[in-house]
Design a binder for this molecule. Structure first.
Ligand code: UD1
Length: 293
């Protein structure tokens, strides 16, 4: 059986939906979660009734802002929580561990596209805690032979990101404002770029990993960069409204350009399907907003 942690979250919920023989664990209730459990506590008793051979660890404190406000809670979830799962894996002879890391581990890009060999110099407690969790997982490979893959997603988007959360991504925020006819707010000149990847491509890569079970680190993106100005234009056009675009001072610590090298993921068969305009339309502006995988 495949354990998916973070099953009430954006990525975890899609994983439960699309991976057969999987079971979801999360602290929060949802239709995708079978086991309600806080990973900051040891995990054995929660999994007593199950035989787990693979763990996909997507549960995390995901907000950069929150990690700055409360680095201890961030570390408890992302570091201690990961250690609890790794300890479970070690004791119960789990065969494969997929760790969901983040592009935040790279910090300010030194060159583009960013490949997996790029220096890791996180700029937030969140980036550091995700990197530490990843290092622990890889250490369990060294020490105990646990097969471990770490996925570093760039900017994931899906209709399951809550636009009302102050920690939400730019796509959900712009779409929400567009629907309400509110101005789109761009921090800085809008020429900063990101590699936006739809959640289905992240699921695709994870399924490919599950098949071959390699050990290593894999970026997950599209190898394309889109500026925030372009993104605002796309969403304004789709909405069909005469939305105002307002520029505010840049966000402190904002990265200028970012996009992934995905050569390594390609080597195991990954082919990104993300098409920003089409996906934003079908995820957010069609009647069926499920955006199912
Ligand atoms: C994202 C992730 C973060 C991850 C990081 C890795 C989200 C919410 N955040 O941060 O978890 O660690 O990638 O590199 O997915 N912007 C606007 N107007 C808005 C909102 C945002 O102009 O209303 C701009 C931001 O200033 C930024 C860009 O859009 O330049 C993207 O912002 P955001 O979606 O918050 O993601 P990242 O900052 O890239």
């Amino acid at each position: 059986m495949i354990l998916i942690t973070g099953s009430s979250g954006q990525l975890g919920s899609y994983l439960v939906e699309s991976i057969p023989n999987s079971i979801g664990l999360d602290r929060k209730e949802s239709q995708y979660t079978k086991i309600i459990w806080d990973i900051r506590k040891e995990i054995d008793s929660a999994l007593r009734d199950y035989e787990i051979d693979t763990i996909i660890h997507a549960a995390a404190q995901v907000s950069v802002l929150k990690s700055v406000e409360d680095p201890k809670i961030d570390a408890e979830n992302n570091i201690i929580g990961t250690i609890n799962l790794l300890e479970y894996a070690r004791k119960h002879d789990v065969k494969y561990f997929i760790y969901i890391s983040s592009a935040a581990v790279y910090g300010e890009p030194r060159y583009l596209p960013i490949d997996e060999a790029h220096l890791t110099a996180p700029k937030s407690p969140y980036g550091l805690s995700k990197l530490t969790g990843e290092r622990y997982a890889l250490l369990y490979h060294e020490l105990y032979g646990l097969k471990v893959a770490s996925v570093r997603p760039f900017n994931i988007f899906s209709p399951r990101q809550d636009p009302n959360s102050p920690y939400s991504g730019v796509i959900s925020i712009f779409v929400d404002r567009a629907k309400k006819g509110e101005p789109l707010i761009i921090y800085g000149d809008g020429e900063q770029t990101r590699d936006f990847v739809n959640v289905e491509d992240v699921v695709q890569l994870i399924k490919l990993l599950q098949k071959d079970k390699p050990t290593g680190i894999y970026n997950c993106g599209t190898e394309k960069e889109t500026s925030i100005n372009e993104l605002a234009k796309i969403i304004k056009n789709i909405s069909g409204k005469d939305l105002e675009i307002v520029h505010l001072p840049p966000r402190e610590g904002d990265i200028r350009r970012s996009y992934a090298s995905i050569e390594k993921a390609r080597s195991i068969g990954y082919k990104p399907t993300t098409n920003l305009k089409r996906d934003i339309e079908r995820y957010f502006f069609t009647r069926n907003k499920k955006g199912g995988v």
